[in-house]
Design a protein around this ligand. Structure first.
Ligand code: ZN
Length: 304
């Protein structure tokens, strides 16, 4: 049993050029860029966080955008679909707004599937969700946060076992997809069996990892011990400034992170101006001059 997991915390993907990435997630999808920083493990690449007003866990899609990335190839061992929650009755407005959207129904819920700027598959699911959307779009259509993610896994049993150990329970099967749920603000994960699908190749549009929420450092250490007891290999605890994390790869190939809920994006700037200044962790502050000259300009960002 891996304790203290409270649903999804964030989803992180590779992306193409930063201006296009920013324009799509803030402009088209109407999320707020709540943090502009760099990949702590590769500071020459941005790390852009998009979510609700404060970047509440469960709303935050993050990207490592880089013009140098080739587009990834979808396949098994990765996240196939990242789904956001939108109000009932809003799909007509979204369909008019999005290019290439297809309306389908999954586990009884109407949704629009559409390609993101790097060919990734995104979805908007109509459901009851009283979370407050960011104010960029009318409240009648604004994204509430994540609805779920869909993992595409060649041999799903070991993945389902890990998720069950993390507190998820099987809630239904539709075709080749098993739905797992837990009591949490974002408590749905779908696992699609794809035994004949070639392994994914990472690139722009590929989800790098999904992060699960845990309350604090103490519970994170408990999670880490339990992950080791489950025969998996977690990293040491990493300081991500806005949360503390561990990472481990689940048996189906998807990188899982477990991130704490107790810090937040207002740790180094006020809520009113979140995302408008380049924020660097202390270890990369000496690179600021160089980064200001090499990172691509994006709107509403003071590079200084
Ligand atoms: Zn992460």
């Amino acid at each position: 049993m891996i304790p203290h997991i409270h649903g999804l915390h964030h989803v992180t993907a590779f992306a193409g050029p930063a201006p296009e990435n920013d324009a799509f997630f803030t402009g088209t999808l109407g999320l707020r860029r709540v943090k502009t920083t760099v990949n702590f493990d590769n500071p020459y690449v941005y790390h852009l966080y998009f979510g609700d007003e404060v970047g509440t866990p469960g709303t935050v899609m993050t990207h490592f955008p880089d013009r140098k990335w080739k587009q990834g190839h979808r396949g098994s061992g990765e996240v196939a679909v990242t789904s956001f929650s939108v109000p009932r009755g809003s799909l007509d407005d979204w369909e008019a707004r999005l290019k290439g959207a297809t309306r389908i129904e999954v586990f009884g819920e109407a949704q629009l599937r559409f390609p993101g700027p790097d060919g990734e598959t995104l979805a908007l699911v109509e459901c009851d969700d009283d979370r407050e959307p960011w104010r960029a779009l009318p409240k009648t259509m604004g994204i509430r946060g994540f609805h779920s993610v869909t993992l595409m896994i060649a041999d799903p049993r070991p993945t389902l076992d890990v998720l069950t150990a993390m507190g998820y329970a099987e809630a239904g099967v539709e075709g080749t997809t098993t739905r797992l749920t837990m009591e949490a603000p974002v408590g749905i994960i779908d696992v699609m069996a794809a035994p004949d699908v070639a392994k994914s190749v990472e690139g722009a549009g590929s989800v790098h990892h999904i992060a699960f929420a845990t309350p604090n450092d103490e519970t994170l250490l408990d999670v880490r011990e339990a992950v080791i007891d489950a025969g998996l290999k977690p990293t040491e605890v990493r300081d991500r400034n806005y949360f503390h994390s561990i990472y481990f790869r689940e048996p189906g190939g998807v990188l899982f992170e477990v991130a704490t809920l107790d810090i937040g994006f207002d740790a180094d700037e006020p809520v009113e101006t979140l995302g408008e200044a380049l924020k660097l962790p202390a270890q990369h502050e000496p690179l600021r001059g160089e980064l200001v000259n090499t990172l691509e300009p994006i709107p509403n960002l003071t590079l200084e």
